[in-house]
Design a protein around this ligand. Sequence first.
Ligand SMILES: O=C(O)c1cc(=O)[nH]c(=O)n1[C@@H]1O[C@H](COP(=O)(O)O)[C@@H](O)[C@H]1O
Length: 239
Amino acid sequence: MQNPLFIALDFNNRATRRNFLAHFSDEKLDVKVGMELFYREGLNVITELKEAGHHLFLDLKLHDIPNTVGRTMKVLAEMEVDMVNVHAAGGQKMMEAALEGLESGTRPGKDRPKLIAVTQLTSTDEAMLRKQLLIDKPLDEVVVNYSLQAQTAGLDGVVCSAHEVPRIQKECGGEFLTVTPGIRRLTDDAGDQARIVSPARARELGSWGIVVGRSLTTAAEPLDVYSEMMNDWKGVLSQ
Ligand SMILES: O=C(O)c1cc(=O)[nH]c(=O)n1[C@@H]1O[C@H](COP(=O)(O)O)[C@@H](O)[C@H]1O
């Protein structure tokens, strides 16, 4: 995967998910399966998407005691997806256990799925951080702190908003992966996202990969919007 634009397949049933993907014909995509679709379809959706040749980010955001997360990661590794994630708020020991579990479940000769940690959700803003989570530090400082902990635990990168990418790269280096949801075209509704940018702005800020959900999943012509956002992400000038 190189600078992926992950399509968040946030659907609640197989038929809708298949109808959506039919717009893309045989194109090999970078797709994200989150809780909604995985809890509905289970292993079947993983098998089907892999057989179709898509790269797969299984976004289950594990957050539990280290033993539970480690054991669960072993199971996820056996699904042979490309990327999985945890919540950094679970702590460094939990992240280390996640990595160990993932390594122990990776079959010989296969690549270990990349492991990234969610720092602060892109739906969180600084007011929520202060008032609800009782964290007084600036949001980008909190995100950088989580990123450093994830890096120390041996993870491949983090999920954050594109706004925080320059600071994370400064502290963790350019090789550390930054996957950034909260992506919108200028004309799109932000919905529940608090920290949003356009694909082009995410590129300028240095995001390694972006995640796009509703801009595509609710579009009448998903392929057209995908092409537009992909061009924006890759920096292709519009005619
Ligand atoms: O881990 C994620 O993918 C994630 C982390 C985060 O901080 N914010 C976030 O929006 N996401 C996911 O990214 C997708 C964003 O969807 P849209 O807001 O519809 O583009 C959803 O599937 C979210 O679950």
